[in-house]
Design a binder for this molecule. Structure first.
Ligand code: ZN
Length: 207
């Protein structure tokens, strides 16, 4: 979302050192904004070899899993509120051979995940309300991240944050238990995005 779409190829080269390419799909229904869909992801796939991390901000994502699984992303993440039968949706993602993620909005409690932890590979704690890039991080999310870390324990589940993330808060987030940072604006606005990501990784190692 934070890349300049007029120059997507060059933009993807600028972030070639990323571990994952996070793709925000917005449907204008579950979230107010519309971003892009499969044709743009197909173009991205042709321009970059980076593993994809597809974040579906889409109502009833279960209808579209096969479409997005076809891009063979590393992770496919759906929103807790967007699917009626979360456990079934997560199982279906795994059946498609993709790691399954669930995203929680800032107000969404953690409790609902307690009984689906064994169906999960990633928990995405939204640190802004989903729908737009460039928003400010919500500080109350630190407590939520710590509680989530405790809930997950030793299970092999990535703890991801998305929204208002950058060098300014990376160390504190790492200390709270984050294992996977999504940063858009901060990285694409950096003079050297790859150096910026290295600095963020250094914060994580310290955390
Ligand atoms: Zn996202």
């Amino acid at each position: 979302m934070a890349a300049d779409f007029c120059h997507i190829n060059t933009e993807l080269e600028r972030v070639s050192g990323a571990d994952l390419l996070h793709i925000d799909v917005m449907d204008g229904s579950y979230v107010p904004n519309i971003s892009f869909g499969p044709p743009v992801i197909a173009a991205v796939r042709r321009c970059s070899q980076l593993p994809l991390d597809i974040h579906l901000m889409v109502q009833n994502p279960e209808r579209h899993l096969a479409t997005f699984a076809a891009f063979k992303p590393e992770f496919l993440t759906v929103h807790y509120e967007a699917t009626v039968h979360l456990q079934r949706t997560l199982s279906k993602i795994r059946e498609l051979g993709i790691k399954a993620g669930v995203a929680l909005n800032p107000h969404t409690p953690l409790d609902g995940l307690k009984y689906v932890l064994s169906d999960l590979d990633l928990i995405l704690i939204m640190t802004v309300n989903p729908g737009y890039g460039g928003q400010e991080f919500i500080p109350a999310m630190y407590d939520k991240i710590r509680e989530c870390r405790d809930m997950v324990g030793d299970l092999p589940i990535e703890l991801q944050v998305d929204g208002g993330v950058g060098l300014a808060n990376a160390a504190e987030l790492a200390e709270a238990g984050v294992t996977n940072f999504v940063a858009g604006t901060a990285i694409f606005q950096a003079d050297n995005p790859n150096c910026y990501m290295d600095e963020m990784r250094a914060c994580w190692r310290k955390g």
